[in-house]
Ligand binder design. Structure first.
Ligand code: HEC
Length: 244
């Protein structure tokens, strides 16, 4: 029987190395950006920088004691309006966001203090708009089922593509026992499923926030190991060997 051989990263032909290296660089950068985005969105959910359990609970379960508007006005938006105007908005939210008070009481405040950012920066909710404001003034139930379904399937399809190619490239690496390799390749997929499951669980029971943390951490770690060792074996190791 002819032995089945699997090429090694070190000995790949230059064009394939170029392809793999380019891909890994871009994916690595993408993962960094994803991390940055998580810090800026979920990370700021409790108004403090850095990802904490509270952030995850706020993002998925919500803050069911009050509205998002109130949480933000006491959190990351607290420096943007004078205390009396903030109080006015909070009272309005607690009163169930009565439409009758919008024009006279709330709109002038958001026009003056909020829309400079919120009507112009892409991705921010337009708090100068009545219907949008009524929504953020409702009790915060965290991520909606619609949002979670959308984000879940995008993540599952999109991220599995990334891990498929990262894993395929890493399967040509040397110096790892087959079982270690198999585990590293399989881990991100497992954690991806765990991560998504954890979102849904946290939406229902806030106590599951730690699972989201572990899920995200697990696949970041496994893919970092694979990306760095693959890049090293393709781009650095061959030159070290020549020198020696
Ligand atoms: C300097 C720009 C800036 C100003 C001024 C500003 N915001 Fe924000 N706002 C942001 C950014 C950036 C975010 C997203 C990050 C975050 O949630 O902290 C945000 C998020 C929010 C959110 C959360 C929206 C969501 O769905 O997650 C609310 C509510 C909010 N702002 C209300 C206000 C109100 C009310 C004012 C006026 C008192 C205001 N903001 C003024 C930049 C601004």
């Amino acid at each position: 029987m002819k032995e089945l051989t699997w090429p090694t990263l070190e000995n790949l032909v230059l064009p394939v190395k170029a392809l793999f290296t380019g891909y890994l660089l871009v994916v690595g950068l993408g993962l960094l950006m994803a991390g940055g985005q998580i810090m800026l969105t979920h990370g700021m959910a409790d108004g403090k920088f850095g990802l904490s359990m509270d952030d995850l609970v706020y993002s998925y379960y919500g803050n069911r004691e009050g509205s998002k508007l109130e949480a933000k006005l006491n959190g990351s938006m607290k420096d943007y309006a004078p205390a009396e105007n903030k109080l006015e908005m909070i009272k309005w939210a607690r009163a169930g966001a009565p439409e009758a008070e919008w024009e006279s009481k709330i709109k002038p405040v958001t026009d003056q203090y909020c829309v400079a950012c919120h009507a112009n920066m892409p991705g921010l909710v337009n708090v100068g708009d009545k219907d949008t404001m009524i929504k953020v003034a409702e009790i915060d139930h965290g991520a909606s089922v619609t949002t979670l379904t959308r984000v879940s399937h995008i993540h599952l399809f999109g991220i599995s593509f990334i891990f498929f190619f990262v894993g395929l490239i890493f399967s040509f690496a040397t110096g790892f026992s087959p079982i270690t390799k198999a585990l590293l390749i399989f881990t991100p997929f497992l954690f991806l499923i765990l991560d998504i499951a954890a979102w849904w669980l946290t939406k229902m029971v806030p106590g599951f926030a730690w699972l989201v943390m572990i899920g995200g951490f697990g696949y970041s770690l496994a893919s970092t190991v694979m990306i760095f060792s693959s890049l090293y074996q393709m781009c650095v190791k061959p030159f070290m060997a020549k020198k020696a």
